[in-house]
Ligand binder design. Structure first.
Ligand SMILES: *Cc1c(COP(=O)(O)O)cnc(C)c1O
Length: 229
């Protein structure tokens, strides 16, 4: 196993995040870096916190629960597909669920929020690329989802999340990110209840600069931090 210099990786990434933010006419503080810690253990997460990172993303509920117990002071994000029967384990413990991808899940999250007396912040995951293996709401259904979310009083949609198709060339992802941005622009001015389209969670290790250039204000970065390039 080779040693990974998390601090050096983060410094390089934060510089690239900042430069991409300036290129898109924004301040680097506008972009939140979520460190995707799904491949690493507690010591690496603590090292990352010592470098000033507070936000961490996990895609499996079991790992999330275990890591939250060890490191409750971090801000935890659920970024992976969420089964309805696991909702009760994470609602109230994560700052944001990025993967709201179906109506049934919205209802389950809402019930749990109601039970706890809280409003649960979520992002609607949108399947821009149309790849069948990707989950997410079809872009043409997003508006009706947002209309309906108002019926559910204990859940809030705070923006959108998407995943671009896997590709060596980050430019391949640009049209996907641009379409999500445009969808948000189109719907931002409409009146919905329990909806505030503040966040665009898009961009991973390979394509985060393109995502920021296209308006991402949350990027989810794993391997670029926790493995050697
Ligand atoms: C793993 C994962 C990431 C991070 O991917 P990297 O390529 O390692 O940066 C981002 N988002 C989701 C939903 C993931 O599952």
């Amino acid at each position: 196993m080779s040693f990974v210099d998390i601090k050096a990786n983060l410094q390089r990434i934060e510089k690239r995040v900042a430069e991409a933010a300036y290129r898109s006419g924004r301040h680097p503080d506008d972009v939140t870096l979520v460190a995707v810690s799904k491949t690493v253990y507690i010591p690496e997460i603590k090292d990352t916190i010592n470098c000033g990172i507070l936000d961490f993303g996990e895609n499996r509920v079991q790992d999330l629960i275990r890591k939250i117990k060890c490191i409750p002071q971090a801000r935890w994000h659920m970024i992976g597909r969420l089964q309805s029967n696991k909702v009760k384990d994470i609602v109230g413990k994560v700052v944001l669920i990025h993967s709201l991808d179906r109506w049934k899940l919205a209802e389950t999250i809402n019930s749990r929020g109601q039970h706890l007396g809280i409003t649960v912040p979520t992002l609607l995951q949108v399947n821009i690329s149309g790849e069948v293996q990707k989950t997410g709401v079809d872009p043409s259904d997003v508006e009706s989802y947002l209309d309906s979310i108002g019926q559910l009083r204990s859940i809030k949609v705070c923006g959108f999340m998407t995943m671009a198709p896997q590709s060596e060339d980050p430019e391949q992802a640009r049209p996907v990110f641009r379409q999500l941005f445009e969808l948000r622009e189109k719907l931002k001015g409409r009146r919905f209840t329990n909806v505030e389209l503040k966040y665009l969670s898009m961009g991973m290790s390979r394509d985060f600069e393109v995502a920021i250039e296209e308006g991402a204000n949350i990027v989810r970065i794993g391997s670029a931090i926790f493995s050697n390039a």
